[in-house]
Structures are given as structure tokens and as C-alpha cells.
Design a protein around this ligand. Structure first.
Ligand SMILES: [Zn+2]
Length: 147
């Protein structure tokens, strides 16, 4: 177990789920106050510690009782976006390439790619991701790859 300050400092006092700042001075009993979330969507390897992340109290998954959901930005034009947490977990484990969204234009896909890479730099700082945009079916497919 880490202390709240250790986890908060490591995550830059930003909530791993909603990507909004967390105020370290706010009461831990406040819904917007800081809390430690145990990342349990993925079954941890035997003996490995469950990763701990900083979350707002209201965003906390409460030891996995609430499924962790990282929303795509509402500013993006994406069709059928993949669930981010599950996709990142799979790619971190197995590597490879997964199509994560379809976009109406190349520009939309580029914007979504930029947003996703920036978001993942905080969500999964230990893993490097790259994006690919390819035309397909009259739209543009955005794929995420590990590197
Ligand atoms: Zn939050």
C-alpha cells in the first residue's frame, strides 16, 4: 500500500479516470477530494501488486465494484469508440494492434489520435503507444499499437 501523497505525486494530482485535476488539500471525504483507486479491471498477475492510481473520491471504482471507464472526449468525431481501459489493458499485456474508432474524415481521425496519445501518456505512463490512421469502408480507421 502506498500513501495518498505518494500515489498523488506519481500521478501528478490528476484523476486517472476523468483526467481532471485533484486538489491535494481537499478533504478526502469530499466527492472531489483525493482517493487511491486499485486498478482491478484486469486480473493482476499472481503475486504482483494491484496498481494504485489517484482518483477523485466520486470517480473511484471502489475496488472494482464499479467498472473503470475512461471516456473519450466529447469534442471528437468518433464512431464505435472502443472502451479505453480494456483496450489499453489488452495491448499492454499482449502487444499488437487494435482498431479503436472509426472517423468520418482523416482530420477527425488525426485529432482523435492526438487526443488519445496524450490521454494515454497519463493513463498508462509505463507503456508507449502509437496510432495509425487508414482509410477503410468510406471512413478512416484509427488503430492503436504498442511499440
Ligand atoms: Zn475524477
Amino acid at each position: 500500500m502506498s500513501t495518498l501523497t505518494e500515489v498523488g505525486d506519481r500521478d501528478g494530482w490528476r484523476c486517472w479516470l476523468c483526467d481532471e485535476p485533484v486538489d491535494p488539500d481537499m478533504s478526502v471525504n469530499d466527492p472531489r477530494g483525493p482517493s487511491i483507486d486499485a486498478v482491478t479491471n484486469a486480473k493482476p498477475k499472481k503475486g504482483a501488486p494491484v496498481p494504485e492510481r489517484l482518483a477523485h473520491r466520486a470517480c473511484n471504482t471502489r475496488k472494482g465494484a464499479v467498472k473503470a471507464v475512461v471516456p473519450w472526449s466529447s469534442d471528437l468525431f468518433v464512431v464505435d469508440p472502443a472502451p479505453i481501459v480494456e483496450t489499453v489493458e489488452r495491448l499492454s499485456r499482449k502487444g499488437g494492434r487494435e482498431v479503436v474508432a472509426r472517423c468520418p474524415t482523416h482530420q477527425d481521425a488525426d485529432q482523435a489520435a492526438d487526443w488519445l496519445v496524450d490521454r494515454l501518456s497519463r493513463l498508462a505512463p509505463d507503456q508507449r503507444f502509437a496510432t495509425e490512421v487508414k482509410p477503410g469502408g468510406g471512413q478512416f480507421l484509427l488503430a492503436l499499437t504498442t511499440r
